[in-house]
Design a protein around this ligand. Structure first.
Ligand SMILES: NC(=O)C1=CN([C@@H]2O[C@H](COP(=O)(O)OP(=O)(O)OC[C@H]3O[C@@H](n4cnc5c(N)ncnc54)[C@H](OP(=O)(O)O)[C@@H]3O)[C@@H](O)[C@H]2O)C=CC1
Ligand SMILES: CC(C)(CO)C(=O)C(=O)O
Length: 308
């Protein structure tokens, strides 16, 4: 199976790198600066699950297209979505399947409109990973998995999803096939909206937020507020998801930071409009008040307004 990874950042570099490490046919669709970096140093992964340096196959949107790919792992940031979709267009053929790894949900209609709903499957990932100054992938979490699956009522194991599962199997990371990917995506969205929201609002890792008096109750109240917005919109959340996410939050290391906070610390753009702004749109449509979400998003907008 020919796999194209759009973006060789923290997420795409890591999961694409793990696939290349096991010998899968992987090409990275990158922009020219990243291409030069990968050609000179290789794709360097420093991970708690083992280091590896790969000499990756790379291509840019300016180069001649070498036929469609079977599977695309789509891993740009949300604020690069439009440009990334445009650059990807020539690489997508009749039978190409696009598997997005972005946080949130607002990218799905864009991808489905551009490539056709039947070419886009569901995906998410749990991992802590980032690029350092040298462009090396620094991966620090115990969790490093992708969940993927077909959308739709049948939830059946289609032939193509079986082939994708086989192609993604056998790496040091986990690629897990899900029978209920839409629910999984919303669960992850709830988790990241809260964890990215509170860590950026407080400019703090999870530990101090959680362990300061009233912190746990505050975190639960943010989960409840965002859960209410999602449920009013019709998101397929499990009844006990807030309890489960709270347990995960209690188990997380004291120093755990969301990728959004790490990006903020580097002075990079953040995906506030895509994650929290979109939730506020949903709240408004449903006539719901969401004051905590509003504070989170306002903080992100103020941060964004200071970026050059
Ligand atoms: N990092 C993490 O721990 C986690 C991140 N996520 C989510 O995964 C998604 C990706 O995040 P992450 O990997 O951290 O982000 P990064 O910024 O590290 O990587 C994104 C990459 O996309 C590339 N890119 C952007 N536009 C294009 C384009 N047109 N063509 C080719 N490449 C392009 C960028 O390349 P360039 O170098 O040229 O700018 C960059 O390397 C986000 O939605 C994030 O929320 C989810 C779970 C965990
Ligand atoms: C919370 C976490 C680390 C889980 O993958 C994440 O998605 C992020 O920080 O963007």
């Amino acid at each position: 199976m020919r796999i194209l990874v759009l973006g060789a950042g923290g997420v795409g570099g890591y999961f694409g790198g793990r696939l290349a490490e096991k010998g899968a046919d992987v090409t990275f669709l990158v922009r020219s600066r990243r291409k030069r970096q990968l050609e000179s140093d290789g794709l360097v992964i420093r991970s708690v699950h083992g280091d590896v340096t790969i000499r990756p196959k790379t291509i840019t949107a300016e180069e001649p297209v070498n036929a469609p790919y079977d599977l695309v792992l789509f891993s740009s940031k949300a604020y690069h979505l439009e440009e990334a979709v445009r650059d990807l267009r020539p690489f997508v053929g009749e039978r190409t399947v696009v598997l997005p790894l972005l946080n949130g949900v607002a990218h799905y209609p864009v991808l489905q409109r551009e490539f056709g709903a039947d070419r886009v499957i569901g995906g998410l990932c749990f991992i802590e990973t980032t690029l350092n100054q040298e462009g090396h992938v620094i991966q620090t979490s115990k969790d490093h998995f992708v969940r993927f699956g077909e959308f739709g009522q049948s939830q059946s194991q289609t032939e193509r999803i079986g082939q994708i599962e086989q192609a993604l199997g056998g790496t040091k990371a986990s690629f897990l096939l899900s029978d209920h990917i839409e629910r999984d995506i919303w669960h992850k969205y709830l988790f990241i909206a809260v964890i990215a929201g509170i860590t950026t609002l407080m400019r703090s890792p999870v530990g101090p937020i959680r362990e300061t008096t009233g912190g746990t109750e505050f975190i639960r109240s943010v989960f409840r507020e965002i859960e209410a917005v999602m449920l009013a919109h019709g998101a397929p959340l499990d009844g006990d998801i807030v309890d489960r996410h709270m347990e995960t939050t209690q188990r997380m290391s004291f120093e755990m930071k969301s990728s959004m906070l790490r990006d903020m610390e580097k002075g990079y753009a953040v995906e506030g409009a895509h994650l929290h702004g979109y939730l506020l749109e949903l709240a408004e449509r449903q006539g719901l008040e969401a004051p905590r979400l509003q504070a989170i998003y306002h903080n992100l907008k103020v941060y964004g307004s200071g970026l050059s």
